[in-house]
Design a protein around this ligand. Structure first.
Ligand SMILES: NC(=O)c1ccc[n+]([C@@H]2O[C@H](COP(=O)([O-])OP(=O)(O)OC[C@H]3O[C@@H](n4cnc5c(N)ncnc54)[C@H](OP(=O)(O)O)[C@@H]3O)[C@@H](O)[C@H]2O)c1
Length: 202
């Protein structure tokens, strides 16, 4: 049994990840801290460092947080770009950058991206761009990780559980059940792969 920190546990993707982590001890964290073991803000280095210090010993970090702004490219402001970059891109890079100081030897980090960087739709340019950045980050940083630490991203299509919210924006997409996406998180945590983008598409 591994001890896993699941960041974003209350969200739709967090709940999907949870379905794949059943055989482990899962420590939950989120921005509000509601129904979670710990409160954390992934956009704050201080908050991430405190989380890792407070948890102490952990074998894996699974992050399902990456808040994105949605607008057309011509209308998206620099502020909207920056809030997406600071959460979905830098927040996730900092989860690994700071977390590698604290995680056990041969531990793993699993990050979240999303299919829109390979199947673009209107309004999602910031989500797509930062997902592409994180997919590139995991592929390249895997070569630099110390002490056998692994790092992968999960790149899912839209969840059935989120179809009501995103379905209208995504004509022609086939949603997948959260349990299928949970399998990809399981593969990342329990397998031996590193530097991989694990796609889950229909
Ligand atoms: N939903 C989908 O179908 C789908 C498909 C592919 C990819 N994705 C990607 O998955 C990610 C999560 O999406 P979601 O649908 O799960 O969103 P969601 O249901 O809105 O959940 C977001 C979660 O993130 C937490 N959070 C927000 N900002 C945070 C911060 N600064 N620090 C720590 N936690 C924070 C929230 O915590 P609190 O509740 O405590 O505020 C919430 O639990 C996004 O990047 C999205 O692009 C989603």
């Amino acid at each position: 049994m591994k001890t896993i920190i699941l960041i974003g546990a209350n969200g739709k993707m967090g709940q999907a990840a949870l379905t794949g982590l059943g055989k482990h001890k899962v420590i939950t964290a989120g921005r509000s801290g509601d129904n979670c073991d710990y409160q954390v803000d992934i956009t704050s280095e201080e908050s991430l460092r405190k989380l890792y210090k407070d948890v102490g010993h952990f074998d894996a970090v699974v992050n399902t947080v990456g808040v994105c702004e949605y607008a057309t490219f011509t209308e998206m402001t620099e502020q909207q770009w920056m809030s997406t970059v600071l959460s979905k891109m830098m927040g996730q890079i900092n989860i690994v950058r700071i977390g590698q100081e604290y995680i056990v030897d041969n531990g793993s980090f699993t990050l979240i991206t999303g299919i829109l960087n390979v199947k673009p739709i209107p309004f999602a340019i910031a989500d797509a761009t930062t997902s592409g950045a994180i997919d590139t980050f995991v592929k390249c940083v895997a070569f630099e990780m110390p002490r056998g630490i692994r790092v992968n991203s999960i790149n899912p299509t839209v969840l059935e559980e989120a179809w009501e919210v995103y379905g209208e924006m995504m004509p022609g997409f086939q949603p997948v059940p959260g349990t299928l996406v949970g399998k990809a998180f399981e593969r990342s945590v329990d397998g031996f792969v590193t530097g991989q983008v694990l796609f889950v598409d229909a």
